[in-house]
Design a protein around this ligand. Sequence first.
Ligand code: COA
Length: 160
Amino acid sequence: MTTHVQKAAQVHLVPVTEANRAQVTALELAHDQLDFVASNTESLEEADLDEDARPRVVMAGDGVVGFLMYEAPQDDDEARIYRFMIDRQHQGRGYGRAALLQVLDEIAQLGHIRHISICYAPDNEGARHLYRSAGFVEEGLDEDGEMIADLVVPSPTDDR
Ligand SMILES: CC(C)(COP(=O)(O)OP(=O)(O)OC[C@H]1O[C@@H](n2cnc3c(N)ncnc32)[C@H](O)[C@@H]1OP(=O)(O)O)[C@@H](O)C(=O)NCCC(=O)NCCS
């Protein structure tokens, strides 16, 4: 019997290495998305100089489909996701949502984080829709005109 239940997209996150770095910098956005996020080349150069940066490659099976970067300093209870992209050819297949859920889980597992913030251009409807549906609440524009949204991480004691 054939079932018609659609499976959620499966992705996993891995660190950036010398072996996958070139595949990350080769990922592309659509022309009208280029202003929404720094290039992966810039982000990786930034990560090389910032020990708090946690760059992650989004893998679908053996394929590199996206990139994200966050920080979660040990002396803070707030994490910040500040880069997030899925290659133009792989968008619209659920990889973005699956990668977001994976990174939220990875951050929650660190144990010391109570808030996760994310920022995006106010006219980025795709990002707004995705982050809102994951529970992020918009807080307003920062000094650079970027929208900031926040997600509260449940405390391990909340459901006692
Ligand atoms: C935002 C982004 C990461 C989403 O990745 P994706 O793999 O295409 O997302 P998904 O296929 O998992 O879709 C997630 C949801 O967003 C919605 N969505 C995606 N693009 C959209 C758009 N342009 N307008 C409205 N909704 C959109 C999808 O419909 C889906 O919602 P649904 O499940 O309720 O139908 C991707 O479009 C991207 O890389 N954009 C350019 C870079 C960027 O804007 N990064 C975020 C700011 S840092």
